[in-house]
Ligand binder design. Structure first.
Ligand code: 23J
Ligand code: MN
Length: 263
């Protein structure tokens, strides 16, 4: 192979024939984070915060910078296989050891907007996924499978997390759907618009948190809190998501972008 492919990409980027779409949310103290059921005494992830070190002032006359603090799973973020107990013994399973080939791949977008609109607890069935494949083709090797719900368009944090006394009510997966993706398709992982890759009610599924359990157990990755999936074609875009190189990190906030051919 020659460098023609990359030269075409460079020309496409310069001319606008390839558009770069930002799939990330802004990190602020208001960025929604996962809140696990309190009754189990499960731990809590820190929300994002920043503290100014200096801003061209007596603390640093010519420079502006901040200290930042947050959980690894804050905002638009990457889930590495080591995040889950099922992936703990896999090789190269953490943010610093994952092969960088896993940070880029073709994106396929599965549209479940109507279903999620109709039922916030919608779980994508295997039939739903298979009927997507019969229309759009088999999910390619090395793909990021993106679950479009338009959930990222919810107007408030409350609507986005959609919690009541029984916990969150946000869409997710039937276990057999993620089992199929994990075992029958050679994907990098799945990406969702919701706060985590599993449904709001996934603590009560069998296995609990099936997407985390089955995908990470199969050495696949996850992306959560994506936005702008409505700007992607069903197939044909390339997604880039590189987590911070945290030593033995379980995940990290990351800037997720897509390369989208125009016209
Ligand atoms: C820990 C426990 C359950 C879940 C999660 C984390 C996430 O969604 C995450 O950000 O990985 S569901
Ligand atoms: Mn996560």
């Amino acid at each position: 192979m020659t460098n023609a492919v990359l030269m075409d990409l460079a020309v496409g980027l310069a001319s606008g024939a390839v558009k770069v779409v930002d799939l990330s949310v802004t990190l602020s103290p208001d960025t929604p984070i996962l809140e696990l059921p309190e009754e189990f005494g499960w731990g809590k992830s820190w929300p994002f915060s920043k503290e100014e070190i200096s801003r061209y002032d007596d603390r640093g006359p010519a420079w502006y910078w901040n200290n930042i603090k947050c959980g690894e799973h804050t905002g638009t973020h990457f889930d590495a296989p080591v995040h889950w107990v099922t992936g703990q013994d896999l090789p190269d399973n953490a943010t610093d050891t994952l092969p960088p080939e896993r940070f880029i791949g073709p994106a396929v977008v599965i549209d479940a907007v109507a279903e999620a609109d109709n039922d916030p607890d919608f779980l994508m069935s295997l039939d739903f996924l298979k009927s997507w494949e019969s229309e759009n083709g088999t999910i390619p090797d090395g793909a990021w499978v993106l679950y479009r719900t338009d959930w990222s368009k919810k107007g408030s944090k409350e609507a986005y997390l959609n919690k009541d006394e029984t916990g969150g009510h946000t869409p997710g997966w039937d276990p057999e759907t993620v089992a199929f993706l994990a075992q029958e398709r050679n994907i990098i992982g799945v990406g969702v618009e919701t706060v985590g890759t599993d449904a709001g009610q996934a603590a009560g599924q069998d296995p609990m948190f099936p997407c985390h359990n089955l995908m990470h157990g199969a050495n696949k990755c996850g992306l959560a809190s994506l936005r702008n999936l409505d700007q992607l074609p069903t197939t044909g875009a390339i997604l880039i998501a590189a987590p911070l190189k945290i030593e033995q990190g379980s995940g990290s906030p990351c800037r997720v972008i897509a390369l989208v051919p125009q016209g």
